[in-house]
Design a protein around this ligand. Structure first.
Ligand code: HEC
Length: 176
């Protein structure tokens, strides 16, 4: 009986071993392929560069959108609180125009920060002593009423006013 089972046992062993070897070979065979795919993913400089450029482009667009939104927001503060007296450009009606004021501030201040700080201080408590404008302005328009807006909005609208500077604008600006 032993002799009858032994060849069977041997052949079972052989078949199992052969199957095991085949599966090992298959695994080994698939390994280089996997390596190829992964190295293809990491070492494709063209694709990596395109992705980086695209991301930089998206960031630039996002930045532009923020700048635009801020400028629009500031202009809205002007439209709501200042426009009734200050026209954007000459002719002036009941106060110097915004472009004329921007020219006056640019002539006196080299830095936006300083101009904005003084504008905010003026708008909260206007006085002839603090004014950067000449006596003609007060003779024609009188003095500006104090603004009761939050500091944050005054700063935004003052920064926006500074940005409205037009290098082609001519004149002393007090009454224009
Ligand atoms: C009711 C009318 C009126 C409103 C509203 C008004 N202003 Fe004026 N503003 C004036 C007049 C008049 C002057 C000129 C006399 C003066 O400087 O006080 C002036 C002057 C200014 C000046 C020059 C300050 C200086 O040194 O003399 C700035 C800056 C200014 N306005 C900004 C603003 C801004 C920004 C707003 C809105 C948040 C605003 N004003 C709203 C009437 C107004």
């Amino acid at each position: 009986m032993k002799r009858f089972f032994s060849p069977l046992a041997l052949s079972v062993f052989l078949i199992t071993s052969a199957a095991a070897m085949t599966s090992c070979q298959q695994q080994n065979a698939s390994l280089p392929e996997e390596q190829q795919i992964s190295s293809g993913e990491t070492e494709n400089p063209a694709e990596t560069k395109t992705a980086a450029v695209e991301e930089a482009g998206n960031n630039a667009i996002a930045k532009e959108t923020t700048v635009d939104a801020t400028a629009k927001e500031c202009e809205a503060i002007y439209a709501k609180n200042c426009k009734e007296c200050h026209t954007l450009a000459p002719p002036a009606t009941s106060a110097p125009s915004i472009v004329a004021l921007a020219g006056q501030y640019r002539a006196r201040y080299s830095k936006k920060e300083g101009a904005v700080a003084d504008m905010v201080s003026y708008m909260k408590a206007p006085s002839i002593g603090k004014s950067i404008l000449g006596p003609k302005t007060f003779e024609r328009f009188g003095i500006m009423p104090a603004m009761t807006l939050p500091d944050e909005e005054l700063e935004k609208v003052a920064g926006w006013l500074w940005d409205q500077y037009d290098p082609n604008f001519e004149g002393d600006g007090d009454c224009q």
